[in-house]
Design a protein around this ligand. Structure first.
Ligand code: PMV
Length: 325
């Protein structure tokens, strides 16, 4: 069968996804909204071959660790089931950014894998079905299929067919920028699924968190429609802080931040006082991510770059959905 090579971008949730209604199907307890980030890309090449006795997975030029390889194989089993093939595949995947450090490598990774595998097997599936499939690998991967500004519906069905992501603005519709600071390039201490489950089952703030997501999502959608950056920025920062607050209140409390992350929150507040419109967000790792518009990007980038503990910054803009290359 044919070789397929695809490229997918990571995404950054402004309204966060944090909590599942179904663990096995990777169904979220609430919707979320994200920006698709160029140049945070994963490139994946796949070929299904009859002579293989198992899936062969290379990550960033090396044989992948067992945990990663079995996650890939588990996902490919779902695709094999759907398509009716029993062939194993060789998968060569490369991330253009630190893997598993809260920079959403699983989102671009599973979006790329879903598209590459279904294309290689000649399956006809539309973008919504592809997004729902990518979701099975990693929830946030559902949001890396469409491109631009994206909403992922929680959906209601138990088979997950209505839980997919769709675009609400194209990559060229609004020139938003994200400056990411790498505060620790190593792998994250707690995986996002484990953190979500611990928060769901032990945090006294989990319900309140979910209630707040519904309101934030509605308002964020309106802010996108009206291109109201102040509203979108305020919702972004609030959503991140609320998500981390719910996780912090878990037992034991989950703390993804390091000292540099906290300094970045102070920095963003100082920047705003000085008239630079910048908003903080952060995921399941310590890397601070600052959302701003094009006119403030240079100011934000040089401020973040000079923060002690930041080893590198990555400047991002909105990018396209998954593509064959
Ligand atoms: O689907 P996962 O396992 O990549 O979880 C993503 C969770 C957060 O990054 C913390 C929030 C989000 O919406 O991306």
């Amino acid at each position: 069968m044919k070789n397929v090579r695809v490229r997918a971008l990571a995404n950054l949730a402004l309204v966060k996804y944090f909590g599942k209604r179904d663990l096995q199907m990777n169904l979220p307890a609430a919707g979320s909204l994200s920006l698709t980030l160029e140049p945070l890309s994963t490139t994946t090449e796949i070929a299904f071959r009859p002579e293989l006795e198992r899936d062969m997975v290379l990550l960033d030029g090396k044989k992948a660790a067992d945990k990663f390889a079995s996650r890939v194989s588990g996902f490919l089993d779902i695709v094999r089931d759907m398509s009716g093939t029993s062939e194993y595949a060789s998968v060569v995947t490369e991330n253009a950014f630190p893997t598993a450090a809260g920079l959403a490598s699983s989102a671009s990774g599973f979006a790329a894998l879903a598209y590459a595998a279904t294309k290689a097997l000649g399956m006809t599936i539309d973008k919504e079905q592809l997004s729902a499939l990518a979701r099975r690998g990693s929830g946030s991967a559902a949001r890396s299929i469409p491109g631009g500004i994206v909403v992922w519906n929680a959906g209601e069905k138990s088979d997950g067919s209505d839980s997919f992501a769709y675009p609400v603005a194209g990559p060229d519709d609004w020139d938003l920028r994200v400056v990411i600071g790498v505060a620790d390039p190593g792998p994250k201490a707690v995986g996002s699924t484990e953190a979500m489950e611990l928060t769901r089952t032990t945090s006294p703030y989990y319900r309140e968190w979910l209630d707040s997501v519904h309101i934030d999502l509605m308002n964020a959608l309106r802010a996108v429609e009206q291109r109201n950056f102040t509203d979108l920025g305020e919702i972004t920062e609030r959503s991140a802080l609320s998500m981390h607050a719910a996780a912090l209140a878990g037992r034991p409390g989950i703390l993804f931040w390091n000292g540099t992350t906290v300094e970045a929150i102070h920095l963003v507040r100082r920047l705003r006082q000085q008239g630079t419109e910048a908003y903080f967000t952060c995921d399941a790792g310590p890397q601070p991510k600052i959302v701003c518009t094009k006119s403030d990007e240079d100011t934000v980038a040089s401020a973040l770059e000079s923060l002690p503990g930041i080893t590198r910054i990555i400047r991002c803009h909105l990018g396209a959905g998954v593509t064959e290359i």
